[in-house]
Design a protein around this ligand. Sequence first.
Ligand code: AHM
Ligand code: MG
Length: 339
Amino acid sequence: MIKESYGITVSRHILDSQRLHPEATGDLSGLLSELIVAAKTISAEVNMAGLGDCLGQAGKTNIQGEKVQKLDEFANNAIKRRMAASGYVAIMTSEEEADAIPVVAGQEGKYTLAFDPLDGSTNIDVNVSIGTIFSIHRAHNGGLPGGEVDLLQPGRQQVAAGYIIYGSSTMLVYTTGEGVHGFTLDPTVGEFYLSHPDIRMPARSKYYSVNEGNTAYWHPEMHRYVSHLKEVDRPTGRPYSARYIGSLVADFHRNLIVGGIFLYPRDTKDTTKAGGKLRLLYEASPLAFIAEQAGGRAITDDGREIMDIVPDSLHQRVPLIIGSKLEVDLAAEYFAGKS
Ligand code: AHM
Ligand code: MG
């Protein structure tokens, strides 16, 4: 294929979107562009991972009690260092750091950034898709040093959110509240090109995505719902097919493109994660924004919309049920005991 035919670059797309808002200062565009540079660095490192000394554990445990992988640490530093001096961000939080991350003094910007530098840690060393997730809010006092309070905002107030998936190709998917757009990286020229304009998530599907190894720890409503998906009923396309990668970004991306439902409910496996495993600020909330913008839905297993939850701490966990609208609607009925 001739490269000119790839069409518009992500930078052009961001600037075109900015022009629709005459009041925009360009700071959000600048922030996204800087984040994309960090993502390209991470992508290059991930692609070469087996060749360098970057697989395996870094010899540390993070705030979540998880072993930090070398690539987790690389990705965290790549984003943190790039953004801290960018002038676009007032305060940050990362899955890999216990406390809020300040920016370089004098470089405080308008926005906050919450990120999971490399999601899907257990897949890092085995060449399975992993991803970076980000969520952007407006800081309460832009231009001044931010605090935790700036980061503890509900998903509904996000200005932008997205992810980069390091898969068979590297893709960026993002929303600023005007639809969801996907870009594929051409590694030979280092540019993301628009490959998936205005993504719509199919309202129905035949895929469900859950760690069934946790079945023994599920609550009864979850048992009933998943049993329903596995019943034979040809008119409704059941039984559904199971697809579980164990990388949230990859499982979500598949469901975004072909439809499906992803479930990580509360369970009794680990008392430290009794309220769910996945984190609100940099996993559930940004993906919920993307899901809603693509016509999907994201809830907890007690029926709350993810986007409406007001966070109470940086690393708060939530049960996450996300995906195709009608599939999530049905799950909600089961969880409410109505089906
Ligand atoms: P991580 O951020 O440490 O990688 O953990 C989050 C990951 C998600 O990508 C994935 O959906 C989930 O944990 C898988 O958990 P499990 O191995 O319990 O199925
Ligand atoms: Mg994660």
